[in-house]
Design a protein around this ligand. Structure first.
Ligand SMILES: Cc1ncc(COP(=O)(O)O)c(C=O)c1O
Length: 391
């Protein structure tokens, strides 16, 4: 079956954060939204059919999670990430950010330190600080094509600051960078030698743009299995973020035991039936849709790269290796961050994420979400060109 990613779907008025919060967040409901990390594509029909089938039964009482759900997740992890997971190593979490928050609350105390590598997905910092923990930064190093981890600085910072936890974005948002097994093993070595737990946020792992499989932190060796907590979800992969169906994998039984018991006793690990039905349908039937979606996103990224190179050469794009988020390096424009945001929002009429929200290392950058149809991308790029030309 051929899926239509060119279809124009009006999401306004559906309670979609990306559209319906524009007035509140940007002061202008008419902007074209290229911010929140969901996609404007219809989900694969099997997901809708599975949900409709269940919803047509009129009783929505307490649910028992079927064993088939767990088996489906385990099969997916095995097939796509070569992660051989036992049932007891797997748990449900009601969202990856909530999972991170649970881990911060369970494994650390107020005043403890948590290490992140900016520029990085901003809730890593917000959840840490919002829970009274202290953020320790080990900034990524900008390279010609993207970013690299600074392992020397990482080891020195970990030894000096003694963070209890590190939150790793794998693959990396906003840079779209994938990490290699060797890099992940080095993070794990430093972590294990310094008694630091590593949360690897792998929510973007299914959307690998170069055909090469994602490397899960837990496949990077013994050290990684000792210190690692992996959180992931079908939410980005299949565009079902609003249904919330995330999972955790912890293979070290000592790390897992207390944490999973705490999740279970507090019922944080109790899914809604909507969540598991959607996830099971997605993982069981969604692969052809996913493959076509990835091709389409690659096409959007090609179109963006070409358009910018030909028409807005002062904005350079880091070509993502994973997911549908494109990190735009706008430093050559020579604008302050306020002026840069105003260029996109006020002049071009586009709502992108302000790069600074990912850390001060994001100053001079904006994050573009290309998870929309190609016509929208081309229209938006033209607006951007006109805005830049008017400077
Ligand atoms: C790296 C990363 N982690 C987590 C999330 C959000 O996950 P959830 O909605 O499951 O909390 C996002 C969404 O953009 C993300 O990019």
């Amino acid at each position: 079956m051929k899926y239509d990613f060119d279809e124009e779907i009006d999401r306004r008025g559906t309670g979609a954060l990306k559209y319906d919060a524009l007035a509140e967040r940007y002061g202008n409901a008419e902007l074209f939204p290229l911010w929140v990390a969901d996609m404007d594509f219809a989900v694969c029909p099997e997901i809708t059919a599975a949900l409709q089938k269940r919803l047509s039964h009129p009783v929505y009482g307490y649910a028992q999670t079927p064993n088939s759900y767990w088996l489906t997740v385990m099969r997916w992890l095995n097939k796509h990430f070569r992660l051989d997971v036992k049932r007891e190593e797997l748990n449900y979490i009601p969202g990856v950010v909530k999972g991170i928050s649970f881990a911060i609350n369970y494994f650390t105390q107020k005043g403890d330190k948590v290490l992140i590598q900016p520029p990085v997905y901003h809730p890593f910092r917000m959840v840490t600080e919002g829970n009274g923990r202290i953020v320790v930064n080990n900034p990524l190093v900008r390279t010609t094509g993207g970013y690299q981890m600074d392992f020397t600085a990482l080891e020195a910072t970990v030894k000096a600051e003694r963070p209890k936890l590190m939150i790793l974005c794998n693959p990396h948002n906003p840079g779209g960078i994938k990490w290699t097994a060797a890099q992940l093993a080095e993070v794990a070595r430093i972590a294990r030698q310094n008694s630091m737990i590593v949360i690897s946020d792998e929510i973007h792992a299914d959307i690998m743009l170069d055909g090469e499989p994602h490397v899960s932190f837990l496949t990077a060796g013994d050290d990684a299995r000792e210190v690692g907590i992996v959180f992931g979800a079908p939410s980005k992969t299949f565009n079902i973020a609003g249904l919330v169906s995330s999972w955790a994998v912890i293979q070290n039984p000592e790390l897992r035991k207390g944490f999973y018991e705490w999740l279970d006793v507090n019922e944080f690990s109790d899914p809604t039936f909507i969540s598991t039905i959607a996830a099971e349908a997605a993982y069981s039937n969604g692969e052809p849709w996913l493959e076509q979606m990835i091709d389409y996103i690659n096409g959007n990224i090609d179109a963006t790269e070409k358009y910018l190179a030909e028409n807005v050469p002062s904005i350079k794009m880091i070509r993502p290796q994973a997911s549908f988020l494109v990190w735009l390096d706008c430093r050559q424009l020579g604008l302050s961050q306020k002026e840069l945001v105003s260029l996109f929002v006020d002049k071009a009429g586009l709502a992108l994420n302000d790069g600074e929200m990912f850390g001060k290392e994001g100053v001079g950058y904006m994050r573009l979400n290309v998870g929309t149809n190609r016509a929208n991308i081309l229209k938006s790029l033209e607006k951007l060109k006109n805005a830049v030309d008017s400077l």
